[in-house]
Design a protein around this ligand. Structure first.
Ligand code: GLU
Length: 608
């Protein structure tokens, strides 16, 4: 998820690696480290900014010409010095940097412990170093890496060196990017082109399931199974800005487009399709304890609060547990009624939101069972809750949250299935949910492919200063989220309302200058929403409808239609929100707004 740099050549390796890490800083990270082969193996790591790594390196000389470096964005184990990469084997001879998640790390660790291996960190990564160690006897470093990776499930981009192989650098990729930089008498390895740019323009992009062995003779590429592959050398012609944003003009757009992957990551290794349920390791509550929950209170702020509102629909409908959703800032100033039968779920992307943290503390003080749904591993909410589910969305850099929202909803869906199956949900119904959940990333891809049409709608609507967003059922929170996105980044006044509430007030605002965005997918509320649309039409309001693919009727009422694929009623919000993110994005671009850093807003709100 974050950054890797590797080098074999004649230059002073440590400054070169550290400079490379700085080039990757934009990817977000919580700790960093370097390993140099210099006779033995020297490893220096530090939690926090690269500056603290530099402080630790200051004044030390490393004679080596081969090394690897890493910026970590923790997924397993808190950000601290020990969990920072590179990780090493029992003898301290192998050093390995890894981006991604080893899904079967628990089973592998058990096996390795039984064989006598000793572990130092809490990371999933460390198993890789020990697996390579046990594969090495009788093999080259490249062969050992290949043998080790064949036991691994999950995602990885890795860089490996060994004190016993002072002329070899090995890289491999499955799910996390890795690129080879081809220089004169020197070869580089990196997560993307940013660290390479100042050294060489010639790059080779590793594809999924490929690895590279770099030595004095240059580099050789293979499949992970060991079959040689010929790769073309490309020219690195992006400027730095583009590299950082993977070719997208803004982080927000990049993050919107990451959602097929991030939704997949949120359920990876957790969904049990056959049983129609989910396995959530971090809950630390027995099935009996989960059955004893009588009520759930979800507390959050902003976009996370809207994810919570969707969670309310899911949990009440499919797990039949009463749910209340409370703004964290309100929760703590009321006198909430909580007892040990209440589960309080705090949702926060950063895990540092001051209001959410305060609400969590208040809930715990009053004896409720608490858990977190958080993106940043080891953040304060995650630590203080003591139990919860990470959304694994990767660093979110755009201030307006997009991928974290869909990942939060995905995790709430998994939680719903888990609680539902312990109570009222049949296996068949659970399986129907699981099957559909698995299909969502492909459907999100399809919506994203329609982005140019959404841009065109934004071009036509850009001069409107007021919008109404309407939806019913679980699409009501989507209306709120769509309106919030438009306010946040395009500075356009927008209100989200339950569609049927319109006639109790906002209808007074409707005329030909008031665009109304309807979320009018073919679900339980469809007919009713169509009636509400008629009411707007009769008052000459301009209508943009998010509708299910193939719905021909809607064109009679709506001026603009954005289609989304059909899905299970439970998961419509995970699709219907995507065009609204894109609409807000393109509106902001049309209006020349600073998309990634909208005025007055902070990414993680650590003040009350
Ligand atoms: N899963 C690994 C860890 O938590 C790697 C995280 C990353 O991609 O930086 O240490």
């Amino acid at each position: 998820m974050c950054g890797i740099v590797g080098y074999l050549g004649d230059k002073d390796v440590v400054p070169l690696l550290v400079r490379g890490l700085e080039r990757l800083e934009y990817r977000g990270y919580d700790s960093s480290g370097v390993a140099v082969v210099d006779g033995g193996l020297s490893i220096v790591k530090s939690v926090g900014k690269i500056k603290s790594l530099k402080d630790r390196l200051d004044g030390r000389r490393f004679p080596g010409r081969l090394g690897i470096a890493h910026t970590r964005w923790a997924t397993h184990g808190e950000p601290n010095d020990v969990n920072a990469h590179p990780h090493t084997d029992c003898k301290g001879k192998i050093a390995l940097a890894h981006n991604g998640v080893i899904e079967n790390h628990a089973a592998l660790k058990k096996l390795l412990l039984a064989e006598g291996h000793r572990f130092e960190s809490e990371t999933d990564t460390e198993v890789l170093a020990h697996l390579i160690e046990r594969s090495l006897p009788g093999r080259t470093l490249g062969e050992a890496v290949s043998a080790a990776l064949q036991l691994v499930e999950g995602t990885y981009g890795i860089a490996v060196v060994s004190a016993d192989h002072p002329g070899t650098l090995v890289g491999a990729r499955h799910g996390s990017p890795l690129v080879i930089g081809v220089g004169d008498g020197e070869t580089f390895l990196a997560s993307d082109g940013a660290p390479l740019r100042e050294h060489t323009q010639r790059v080779v992009y590793l594809d999924e399931g490929e690895m590279v062995v770099i030595d004095e003779a240059g580099y050789r590429t293979f499949t992970i199974e060991g079959e040689a592959v010929d790769k073309q050398v490309d020219e690195l012609n992006w400027d730095l800005e583009q590299i950082e944003k993977a070719g997208f003009p803004h982080f927000m757009l990049k993050e919107i487009h990451e959602q097929p992957d991030t939704v997949r990551n949120a359920m990876r290794g957790r969904l049990l399709r056959e049983e129609g349920t989910a396995k959530l390791g971090g809950l630390n509550l027995s099935d009996d304890e989960l059955r004893d929950i009588r009520r759930i209170v979800i507390t959050a702020c902003g976009t996370s609060y809207y994810a919570g509102l969707i969670g309310e629909y899911l949990l009440e409908e499919y797990a039949r547990i009463p749910v209340e959703v409370e703004y964290a800032s309100e929760f703590r100033y009321r006198n909430p009624i909580l007892d040990e039968g209440t589960l309080v779920i705090a949702i926060s992307q950063s895990g540092e939101t001051a209001d959410t943290l305060a609400a969590l503390r208040e809930a715990r003080r009053r004896g409720a069972t608490v858990m977190g749904i958080v993106n940043v591993v080891g953040s304060t909410v995650a630590r203080e809750a003591g139990r919860g589910v990470y959304i694994h969305a990767g660093p979110e850099i755009g201030v307006a949250s997009t991928k974290a929202f869909t990942s939060q909803v995905t995790v709430l869906a998994l939680l719903t299935m888990h609680l539902g199956r312990l109570r009222v949900l049949s296996q068949a119904a659970g399986r129907a949910l699981a099957t559909e959940l698995e299909a969502l990333p492909g459907k999100i891809e399809k919506i994203l492919a329609g982005a140019p049409a959404i841009k065109e709608i934004a071009v036509q609507m850009q001069h409107h200063d007021n919008f109404l967003y309407l939806g019913r059922g679980p699409n009501f929170p989507v209306a709120l989220e769509g309106a919030l996105k438009l306010k946040e980044i395009a500075y356009v006044h927008a209100e989200g309302y339950p569609a049927a509430e319109m006639k109790h007030g906002p209808i007074a605002l409707i005329d030909e200058n008031m665009p109304v965005v309807f979320i009018a997918t073919r679900d339980a509320a469809y007919e009713k929403v169509m009636t509400n649309m008629q009411e707007v039409r009769a008052r000459r309001g301009k209508i943009l409808a998010i509708a299910t693919e193939g719905d021909a009727d809607i064109h009679a009422l709506a001026d603009y239609v954005i289609p989304v694929p059909a899905t299970h009623d439970a998961f419509v919000p995970l699709l219907s929100v995507v065009p609204l993110q894109l609409l807000a994005y393109y509106m902001a671009v049309q209006r020349n707004c600073d998309v990634d850093q909208p005025r007055n807003l902070a990414k993680s709100v650590t003040v009350e």
